[in-house]
Design a protein. Structure first.
Length: 324
């Protein structure tokens, strides 16, 4: 099955994460038949400074087989860089696509996953981050109902009825770390329309809700539902499993991810072509090159991790091991 991958790359930390993503794809799925597009926002009034990557990084990424894809930022920018993943889709060639957050490692053959690109889905590796329910309401049900009504969508058909009423997992809610569809143009246009509508004219039920940084994750389930998609089935278990790891930060990777993920990271870190570039990333230098990742890993039992990510972060911070 041939499809394209897309991730966002820009100056700073994402440059180095993109190198790891591209190199891990080459390592773990050398026969991948599609193209890895790395979407790069271009300078403009929405950006403070120049978001483009360095020439050094550009040379490494193209050498790894990635294609740099410039795109214009018209709706978001510095105020909401998460919006890059929405606006970048307009620049992608019209073919089935899988979006990956740049802080992702490929650990197995993506090309072996039996996607149904006509039925979009997204990552379920998420926590109860939105909405935050106030004491006197509206309830989570009322908040989500208002959004489905705004876009003319059937709310009840999106429920997981095995979950209790008003419990957060009853509602369609994703981590936007990966998602896919057959048409980047159609999906991206609708994603942009929904996100801007929520930002600019939210229903009154959202008046007390924080929209940043959650806007992409608020709009995403509505977009997926509107295209007839939903929660991923068992055929997609390799995403956030044997084929990919959305690690978020290197300290979190060492703290909680499987041995296979650490092995892929450290194999890439020992590559003599990559190491001189990656050492400019402070987190990589400390965690991988200087070996502090092993100290972070020793703090946690992967079979008995804290239930909430914030608890892991707090312990890493106390130990002086939280660096991005």
């Amino acid at each position: 099955m041939s499809f394209n991958l897309i991730a966002v790359v820009q100056a700073g930390r994402l440059e180095h994460e993109a190198i790891l993503l591209a190199a891990s794809l080459r390592l773990s799925d050398p026969g991948f038949p599609g193209t890895l597009f790395l979407a790069e926002p271009q300078p403009g009034p929405k950006w403070q400074g120049d978001p483009r990557i360095s020439d050094r990084t550009r040379k490494v990424l193209t050498g790894l087989g990635a294609q740099i894809l410039p795109f214009e930022t018209r709706a978001f920018g510095s105020d909401y860089p998460h919006g890059n993943k929405i606006e970048a889709l307009a620049a992608l060639p019209e073919a089935p696509f899988l979006f990956l957050d740049t802080d992702t490692l490929v650990t197995g053959p993506l090309s072996a996953i039996p996607f149904d690109f006509s039925r979009p889905s997204a990552s379920m590796r998420r926590e109860n981050t939105w909405p935050k329910v106030e004491l006197y309401g509206p309830t989570a049900t009322q908040t989500w109902q208002a959004l489905y009504d705004r876009f003319g969508l059937d709310f009840a058909s999106s429920w997981d009825t095995t979950q209790p009423e008003d419990y957060w997992q009853r509602f369609l809610y994703f981590n936007a770390g990966w998602f896919f569809h057959e048409s980047p143009r159609a999906f991206g246009n609708r994603f942009l329309d929904f996100a801007r509508e929520i930002r600019d004219a939210p229903p009154e039920e959202l008046v007390c809700q924080e929209l940043y940084p959650w806007l992409d994750q608020i709009a995403l389930p509505l977009v997926i539902h509107s295209f007839g998609g939903g929660r991923p089935g068992p055929e997609l278990a390799a995403l956030d499993g044997a084929a990919t790891c959305h690690y978020r930060t290197l300290p979190l990777l060492y703290a909680r991810e499987d041995d296979r993920v650490v092995q892929v990271l450290e194999r890439l870190g020992s590559d003599p072509e990559l190491r001189p570039v990656l050492r400019h990333w402070g987190a990589f230098k400390r965690m991988v090159i200087q070996g502090e990742g092993a100290r972070a890993r020793a703090l946690f039992d992967r079979a008995d991790l804290p239930r909430r990510e914030q608890m892991i972060r707090n312990r890493l911070k106390r130990e002086g091991l939280w660096i991005r």
